[in-house]
Design a protein around this ligand. Structure first.
Ligand code: IMP
Length: 427
């Protein structure tokens, strides 16, 4: 098992950062293959809490080379500031040494952020609730073949020429909407300042990755967001703009068939930020209680997350669609103190029952969820370190999920700390 991929199985924020950090021990490379600084991975080590947005989570461990592969979109100013913040708390980040960037990775430039905001305003009530980081417009330009890539930073003369053309077109679109004009004469020197920091990291990461795979080096591919936000599999159009799952690995220049092990991560309940269907959402004090107990506020935007009971219909779908080998269940501790814990096990739309997630249905926001109620538990479980030390009701909850979802759950997490994990011991 040398190449693994970790993928969020819900609507993001499943606790992937912690799982990646755990599995990174003994790994040589950690690779981000999709998304950008819309992601928010939190890792807690001792008393220190690290919020990573773009840098791979392996950056917190020594001796790991971290890769931002093709398929990732990079806001160079954000990346420089994330590097500086980590360095300020003593984390080593050396472009060209423990950080490599694909020359094929697309750049997020200021006009992408402006376009993201303008498009959300134009959508009005139908807004997606994006993170406003310019992610969608950068991927749009990638597909439109008008994007600039990290490798384009090599030649300032040619870069200036491309910027004038691209920014000129964007200004034509942005100005009538009352957005600021982007001025290339200001943009170019500011961009070249980031190049001074980042350029040593640039290389053909795809060739390196394929070489490392041939050499059987241990590689962890780090998914961002969650499968229900995947541009194809997710609740379109309320999704992000890229392939979140294993298919996204192909953008790194690596065949998904090279991945030996696919690990999915899900919370013991459901959260979502932004707009779009969330069938098990709770609008009452139970939802607020989950939010409070789970500190469910976005790492990237600070927005309160929408909360609800675990949606086994969506989770089963995500697990099947992504070919996950195993599922790590996080935040089980957050469910302590409820008399009853509920699991959504089927949907009803217009009187018709669905056990299989109705992908592509325009009626997802009208779903009525059928629940299975399980006994809750009162105990604080954050100190439990073995499965049998958990209250019987908590064990039964995990057993029930495993059976309902049909994927093995070999690890349960009971708190944010590196050590707050329980290997599943059925004996
Ligand atoms: P975008 O990726 O900024 O375009 O946002 C599209 C949708 O994905 C919005 O609903 C965001 O809230 C959501 N989203 C993007 N990244 C994350 C994440 O890392 N966690 C949770 N939601 C996310």
């Amino acid at each position: 098992m040398v190449a693994s991929c970790i993928i969020g199985a819900q609507w993001g924020d499943e606790g992937k950062g912690k799982v990646i950090d755990l599995l990174a021990e003994g790994v040589d490379f950690v690779v981000r293959y999709s998304g950008g600084n819309n992601a928010g991975h939190t890792v807690v080590i001792g008393d220190q809490r690290y919020a990573l947005h773009l840098l791979p989570s392996g950056i917190l461990r020594d001796n790991i080379v971290n890769v931002l592969a093709g398929g990732v979109v990079i806001d160079p100013w954000h990346l420089v500031s994330e590097i500086e913040k980590l360095r300020a708390v003593g984390i080593r980040v050396e472009p060209g040494e423990n950080l490599l960037i694909s020359n094929s990775a697309h750049l997020i430039l200021p006009h992408h952020r402006l376009q993201d905001q303008a498009m959300e305003e134009l959508r009005g009530k139908g807004k997606i609730g994006t993170t406003g980081r310019g992610i969608g417009p950068a991927y749009q330009d990638r597909a439109n073949r008008s994007g600039l890539r990290f490798g384009d930073l090599a030649d300032p003369g040619r870069l200036a020429e491309r910027l004038r053309q691209v920014v000129g077109e964007k200004n034509l679109w942005l100005e009538p909407l009352g957005q600021d004009r982007v001025d290339v004469d200001e943009l170019l020197p500011a961009l070249l300042e980031t190049v001074e920091v980042l350029w040593p990291a640039g290389c053909d990461t795809s060739a390196l990755l394929r070489r490392w795979l041939r050499e059987d080096r241990a590689i962890l591919f780090e998914g961002a967001q969650g499968l229900m936000l995947d541009v194809d599999i997710g609740t379109y159009p309320y999704v992000t703009s890229c392939s979140v799952g294993l298919g996204g690995v192909a953008s790194a220049g690596v065949s998904p068939r090279a991945i030996d092990r696919v690990i999915l991560v899900a919370k013991a309940y459901t959260t979502r930020v932004g707009e779009g269907p969330l069938p098990t959402e709770l609008h009452d004090e139970t939802g607020q209680r989950i939010r409070d107990q789970g500190h469910e506020y976005g790492t990237t935007t600070g927005r309160p997350r929408r909360c609800g009971w675990l949606d086994a219909v969506a989770l089963r779908y995500a697990c099947e669609a992504s070919g996950g080998d195993e599922l790590y269940l996080t935040n089980l501790d957050v469910l302590s103190g409820f008399d009853v814990v509920r699991v959504g096990t089927s949907y009803e739309i217009d009187g018709e029952s669905y056990e299989v997630f109705p992908a592509g249905s325009p009626k997802l926001d009208t779903v009525r969820v059928q629940y299975e109620d399980l006994p809750g538990w009162d105990e604080d479980i954050t100190g439990c370190r073995s499965f049998t030390a958990l209250p019987a009701a908590a064990q039964a909850y995990v057993d029930f999920l495993e059976k309902t979802i049909g994927v093995a759950i070999p690890l349960v997490s009971v708190g944010p700390g590196r050590d707050q994990v329980i290997p599943r011991n059925r004996g």
